[in-house]
Design a protein around this ligand. Structure first.
Ligand code: PEP
Ligand code: MG
Length: 891
């Protein structure tokens, strides 16, 4: 028969002892601590299965659970030598929730159950502390009324506040026994008025009312929202822990506290924690009194006057120290602990793995390897790769005050403050004056590139996670919040509105690209700090991982950063991004607007030296490592002149009237530029463009050879291919250009030609395409866009509704949609390798820097992932974790 109730100190051989699934997190840790022989107040756990039963059976508790609980209460009575509802020595219990994963503050807890008008007198007599007894009773009525009877908390809080006002006191601690007596009377009147019943005096009614309320709190609105945000399944349910109360507020030889076995901010190996004498747990959290440090060392470090526990209660402190070590040995992780001292006796109330900063996570993992507590493989698995972002970019000072005025997508991590600039020119102007600036645009386009570079951060009103602003900002390592629908920009009058706030050009704002928040004024930031432990952990990860990690980079400065972060090659050099600079963009526009081949060739000739020199620089930095150069793939709307000034500039250069330019723009206008004349379609229509680019690549190689540099083997990549014929034709063009340069420069050049797989048809026809390709690189930005038929630039507007309605778990432009897009990738990989066994496979969409997507790439045996330079360390760690997880599964 299924076991529903588990006693903390008598789990027997039942295999569910360690099962958070059944006991919940709190129940498991209480059981384990009891088993270790630690002082845990007696109690029992009602399993999560009962919660399941409760919801399936019109919210009833099985009879068996009620019978067994009675027996368990008897056992608690025996151990504690108190009796539930007794009139001379009453036992009080707590009823607490506890699901598989911690959901802090989301479900309910009721303390001091077992007090009524009579037992409260017994408690007073037994403890000779009337104030304590009455205070405990009023807390019970308040909590019970709120949690079980559904009476809003403010009715009680107002009574206390008004009473304190009349009495002329500020703190609750200034109220004495008779004050609480009066308030208890008032509280009971509120209960009677609201429920038409008296506050229950039957202690068993109290107990079962509380247990049911905890089960019900699993489905409270806040718990449901929390689960949705944190991807916690609704059917897990909560366990309920019933435990004898212990009191830290019975006098000066009592205390309560919370502690970490190591410093959770720095990771230092030092006991870290706070305690309060003569207080209950909630007093430490509520901040009504300032807690004191537990260790002498910490007290001294922070110049605190209040005596540490080490000084005030030395015996208890040394007992705690021993327990900390025991717990770390058992859990092999830093623990977050709650304890209470009742009349000089220590009680352990909770232990769990403690939350920590990114810096602490790395230090603790590496230190624990040194201490031989864990292996380096375990250390790798301990650190969440996503938190590395906070180590590589400046972050907001946690303690600083923040006034959030808008939010958007967390498009590129890091925090930045500066004066609002509504144009790239203004951002550049401010930069020249050494001023920090945030570029605020409805959306960005290539002509904003200088402004993006000049700005400390970028905020856009439109665009998703793979919009121009997001991709470029990530590549540059600039913080970016994109698609902030709340902001309404008025370029003409130079201000933006966000809810009730009006922000003018020059006003200071702060953006946090890690959370997507926009804040008023300057919020202080904290600089990144890369530690020796970080390098150590990355070194271990590199030894283990099989996936190579490359970077998406097209400028020498980004390429350098990528190398410094450990990139093993460039997986995507977007050549159109090399033309973003002002001088170059004019020539690109000239090329696009040209009507004749001759005009186009003239424009291309101007671009050739730029391309060649950039390639020389990049090849130099990469020093023999692979570099994938993607030939031009500009969706035209990103490059066509938009403003009158752009049109005027280009008309001067081309010596054509503005009117002619405007009509050419109309001619070139596309309804769906993302599905338009871009990618290899440009190469098919205008082979001279790709020819110029290949010439630049090969001439750059020849120049490197002359300089006796270590030669890169370029991987020339053709974008947006959907048929084998396209790559067949364009491959020939590359080969022909290579032959010409080899002949001209009298050198032998080695190179590969491959394709991006970013259209569903290309994935399906991969076998044919692979005949003409030496490698495939999955362009999952476009592949996601074209598989779902969702524009990557506009998705931000409605993706939230999709996540809210549970259509998407996560933004598919951030984390790969394994079932759809992933299926296409698998098909393409299989079909491609069926044609060529050793076809090199990589991914270069934004997903290449997302840990879950990287795990997918490892599982389907890609050769490499490529991501923006700042995500390279994240990808290195994720790749190692993915390998370890895969091998754990297969072992
Ligand atoms: C892609 O589509 O995934 C890709 C890498 O190319 P881009 O983002 O430049 O379209
Ligand atoms: Mg693409």
């Amino acid at each position: 028969m299924e076991k529903f109730i588990y006693r903390f100190n008598n789990q027997g051989s039942n295999s569910s002892l360690n099962s958070k699934e059944i006991l919940g997190g709190k129940g498991t840790s209480l059981a384990q601590m009891a088993k270790l022989g630690l002082p845990v107040p007696p109690g029992f756990t009602i399993s999560t299965r009962v919660c399941e039963y409760f919801y399936k059976n019109s919210k009833k508790i099985p009879k068996k659970v009620i019978q067994e609980s009675k027996k368990e209460i008897n056992i608690i009575e025996k151990i504690s030598k108190k009796k539930f509802g007794d009139l001379s020595n009453p036992l009080l219990v707590s009823v607490r929730s506890g699901s598989r994963v911690s959901m802090p503050g989301m479900m309910d807890t009721i303390l001091n159950l077992g007090l009524n008008d009579k037992t409260v007198i017994a408690l007073k007599n037994k403890t000779s502390n009337g104030r304590f007894a009455k205070d405990s009773y009023r807390r019970l009525i308040q909590m019970y009324a709120n949690v079980v009877l559904g009476i809003e908390a403010h009715f009680f809080e107002e009574l206390i506040e008004n009473y304190k006002l009349t009495k002329g006191v500020i703190q609750d601690t200034e109220l004495d026994e008779s004050d609480w007596d009066g308030l208890i009377k008032n509280f009971k009147e509120v209960v009677k008025e609201k429920t038409k019943r008296d506050f229950p005096q039957d202690v068993n009614e109290q107990l079962w009312g509380a247990i049911k309320a905890v089960f019900l709190s699993w489905n409270s609105k806040r718990a449901k929202i929390y689960r949705k945000i944190n991807y916690i399944p609704d059917d897990w349910g909560t366990a309920v822990n019933v435990q004898a109360m212990v009191f830290g507020n019975m006098g000066e030889n009592c205390a309560t506290g919370v502690a970490f076995t190591r410093n959770p901010s720095t990771g230092e190996k030092e006991f870290f924690g706070e305690y309060l004498v003569n207080a209950q747990g909630e007093d430490v959290v509520a901040g009504t009194r300032t807690p004191q440090y537990i260790s002498k060392n910490l007290r001294k470090k922070s110049n605190s006057k209040g005596l540490s526990m080490e000084e005030l209660m030395p015996k208890i402190f040394s007992q705690l120290k021993k327990i900390f070590n025991q717990l770390e040995k058992k859990y092999k992780d830093m623990q977050d602990i709650e304890f209470t001292v009742e009349n000089n006796k220590l009680w352990m109330l909770q232990t769990r793995s403690g939350k920590r900063t990114a810096k602490a996570a790395i230090k603790i993992a590496v230190d624990m390897v040194k201490e031989k507590l864990i292996s380096n493989k375990e250390a790798i698995l301990r650190v969440d790769p996503n938190v590395l972002d906070t180590l590589l970019h400046p972050t907001l000072d946690e303690d600083a005050e923040k006034i959030v005025i808008a939010s958007g997508l967390p498009a590129s991590p890091g925090a930045a403050s500066g004066k609002v600039a509504f144009s790239a020119d203004e951002a550049e102007r401010l930069k020249e004056q050494q001023q920090n600036t945030i570029l605020v645009r409805v959306e960005t386009s290539p002509e904003d590139i200088n402004g993006m570079h000049a700005a400390n951060g970028i905020l856009t009103a439109r665009g998703g996670m793979t919009s121009h602003a997001a991709v470029v900002a990530r590549g540059m390592g600039r913080p970016c919040v994109s698609g902030s629908n709340e902001i309404k920009i008025d370029y003409e009058n130079k201000f933006f509105k966000s809810n009730e706030h009006v922000i003018k050009e020059g006003d200071i704002i702060t953006i946090d690209g890690g959370s997507g928040k926009v804040m008023l004024g300057k919020v202080p930031t904290v600089k990144p700090d890369i530690s020796a432990e970080f390098s150590k952990l990355m070194g271990w990860a590199d030894k283990i991982r099989k996936l190579k990690v490359r970077a998406n980079s097209e400028t020498p400065s980004d390429t350098k950063i990528a190398r410094d972060f450990g990139a093993e090659g460039i997986g995507l050099c977007r050549t159109e991004h090399m033309f973003f600079e002002e001088k170059r963009i004019i020539s690109v526009r000239e090329m696009i607007l040209s009507k004749t081949l001759d005009d186009r060739k003239k424009a291309l000739a101007k671009l050739l030296p730029y391309q060649k020199n950039d390639f020389i620089e990049i090849f130099k930095i990469m020093n023999g490592l692979p570099v994938t150069v993607r030939l031009l793939d500009p969706p035209l709307h990103e490059f066509l002149p938009k403003t009158d000034k752009d049109i005027e500039d280009i008309s001067k250069v081309l010596n054509i009237s503005k009117q002619d330019i405007k009509s050419r723009i109309i001619e070139l206008h596309e309804q769906n530029p993302m599905l338009g004349h871009r990618g290899c379609r440009l190469g098919i229509s205008f082979p001279e463009i790709y020819q110029m680019q290949c010439q630049a690549i090969f001439e750059a190689l020849a120049a490197c050879k002359k300089k006796k540099l270590k030669l890169v083997i370029p991987e020339i990549m053709i974008p947006l291919v959907s048929t084998a014929a396209e790559i067949q034709i364009l491959r020939k063009l590359v080969e022909k250009t290579a032959e010409e340069i080899q002949h001209k420069e009298s050198i032998k050049i080695k190179y590969y030609v491959g394709t991006m797989i970013e259209l569903p048809r290309a994935a399906l026809r991969a076998k044919d395409i692979a005949k003409f390709a030496d490698f495939f690189s999955f362009g999952t930005n476009d592949l996601t866009q074209t598989t779902f038929g969702i524009s990557r630039d506009d998705a931000g507007k409605f993706l939230n509704d999709y996540v809210e309605n549970k259509i998407f778990n996560k933004d598919p432009f951030v984390s790969i949609d394994e079932r759809g897009v992933g299926e296409l990738i698998k098909i393409a990989a299989e079909r491609g390798r069926a044609q060529k066994k050793y076809l090199k496979l990589g991914i270069c969409g934004e997903h290449g820097g997302d840990p879950a997507s990287i795990e997918f790439c490892e599982n389907i045996k890609l050769n490499y992932v490529s991501c923006s330079p700042y995500r390279v360390p994240i990808a290195r760690l994720s790749a190692a974790q993915a390998f370890l997880k895969k091998n754990k599964k297969t072992n």
